[in-house]
Design a protein around this ligand. Structure first.
Ligand code: BG6
Length: 491
């Protein structure tokens, strides 16, 4: 029996900051990712800065403290992998032709905000930036591929962030709304499916991910998240009023947390973390109101409920139409402090689950968790769902004849496709699957190229050496067959 609906969107996902490149072309401004260096699994990505007296330096991009009067800048002697990404800016035609060859029905991409508003506070958009995405959408439509566009994916204009206070400043809401309105008006005939923010909950997840995160940073992350919720709701309302054919979705980092044991205290610990990290964002964006447990969270973080409740009407009016999330694997919570807390995952850290496997980068692999989470989400929200990120970051080896044998990726994708089919059989309204980094691109967390997710290989290494030529991995042919058979031929 064919479980996937006839019009299921088989796709692939990317983000401009990691894929597009062309960082200083076409009038584009800077984003934080342009002043973030590469690193390895063992070292950290660094933010580079200059002090007024000319002294330069670098601090960890995850939780490091940039000196107060420092300016984030690009410095000689450092390597910034996001500057080139894997060059979609110049190779979009070639890549889209490969997507079409695979039979892809949907392509998730993001628009680089600084390509449209280089500083973020301009009144007029950068026409050259707008033209670039017109060319991309034309190319996608030539092959009947539906774009799924993330409005903001980790590349807010650096100027907004460093000079105007970023999301901690509620004025940022209007800068975002202006930017998103320009996109809606400009691409109204090109794009129907939009996601307002990538992994909107990532800031509040950091408190579990970065050890000893200062309380003031956690508190700030809740305020920033609130301003993003308001921005998302405002632009969703605008879309509903002006473009009723649009579908607007949230995008939430999938935090699937199991209790490590059946100790009821572990069950509660897992539930509370899930509420805080996942449903806090999901409920606010899909149901249009903060959930009941928010008061406890605000209080615990020294926050005044009035800050959040003043915008209740806006949140209610701007709830999204569909739910999307990134799903890589699961982790565990426990009150048993003797357990080892080394069960990693996407933006998450918890206790190791002995029943699952882990990737070379220590992320838990759990296809059943995908079916489980799809059911949980659908039970709670009852709206269509897209899995907009999923995949295994792995070391690939190119053979002398240009082939790349990646059975581990095929296995991972096969099990997750099976799990989605089962969830659909369970009754979940799953409408799309866009596996992450369908073309190899720069890793967000490590800045590496060798942590590859793609079914399309890109010849580029961690130091920026390589031809950037594209090669089909074995998984490319597997995914093509999967799409052709609408998820039935998975061998
Ligand atoms: C998600 C992000 O967190 O995970 C992507 O939305 C990111 O931008 C992806 O690339 C995989 O993470 P990483 O760190 O392996 O690139």
């Amino acid at each position: 029996m064919n479980k996937f609906p006839k019009n299921f969107f088989w796709g692939g996902a990317t983000a401009a900051n990691q894929y597009e490149g062309g960082w200083n072309e076409g009038g584009r401004g800077l984003a934080r990712t342009d002043v973030t260096t590469g690193c390895t699994k063992e070292t950290k990505r660094m933010l580079t800065y200059r002090l007024p007296d000319g002294t330069t330096g670098a601090v960890s991009s995850m939780g490091g403290q940039v000196p107060e009067d420092a300016e984030l800048v690009v410095l000689d002697g450092y390597y910034y992998p996001n500057h080139t990404g894997t060059d979609f800016y110049h190779r979009y035609k070639e890549d889209i032709a490969l997507f079409a060859e695979m039979g892809m029905k949907m392509f998730r991409m993001s628009i680089a905000w600084p390509r449209i508003f280089p500083h973020g506070d301009e009144t007029e958009p950068n026409q050259e930036g707008l033209k670039f995405y017109h060319k991309v959408f034309d190319e996608l439509h030539k092959y009947g591929i539906e774009p799924l566009v993330t409005i903001s994916h980790y590349d807010d204009p650096l100027y907004l962030e460093t000079k105007l206070g970023g999301w901690n400043n509620p004025d940022n809401i209007e800068n975002y709304v202006k930017y998103a309105k320009v996109l809606f008006d400009e691409y109204q005939n090109d794009v129907k499916y939009w996601l307002t923010f990538n992994e909107i909950n990532c800031g509040v997840m950091m408190s579990y991910f970065i050890p000893n995160m200062p309380q003031e940073n956690i508190t700030k992350s809740y305020r920033e998240l609130h301003n993003k919720f308001v921005a998302s709701a405002k632009i969703t309302k605008y879309a509903h009023e002006h473009y009723p054919n649009f579908k607007i979705g949230c995008m939430i980092a999938g935090t699937v947390v199991y209790p490590l044991t059946c100790d009821p205290k572990d069950v509660l610990a897992a539930q509370q973390r899930t509420q805080e990290q996942f449903y806090y964002a999901g409920d606010t964006m899909v149901l249009g109101a903060y959930p009941y447990f928010s008061h406890k969270i605000w209080k615990a973080n020294g926050l005044d409920a009035a800050y959040f409740e003043k915008d209740a009407e806006i949140l209610k009016e701007g709830h999204v139409d569909f739910f999307t999330y990134s799903y890589y694997g699961t982790t565990c919570e426990s009150t048993h402090t003797d357990a080892v807390r080394d069960g990693g995952g996407n933006l998450s850290l918890g206790y190791r689950n002995d029943y699952i496997q882990f990737t070379e980068w220590g992320w838990g692999i759990d296809a059943d968790g995908l079916r489980y989470s799809l059911n949980e989400i659908y039970t709670r929200y009852g709206v269509p769902i897209m899995v907009v990120e999923n995949g295994v970051g792995a070391l690939d080896q190119m053979e002398e004849d240009g082939s790349i044998h990646d059975p581990y990726r095929i296995e991972y994708m096969k099990e997750h496709v099976k799990a989605m089919g089962e969830a659909i059989e369970d009754g979940v309204d799953l409408i799309a699957y866009t596996p992450w980094g369908i073309v190899d691109l720069v890793s967000a967390s490590t800045g590496e190229m060798r942590k590859r997710y793609g079914v399309i290989y890109v010849d580029m290494d961690d130091e920026g050496k390589g031809s950037l030529d594209r090669f089909r991995k074995d998984s490319f042919y597997w995914y093509k067959k999967c799409i052709e058979s609408n998820g039935t031929d998975l061998d």
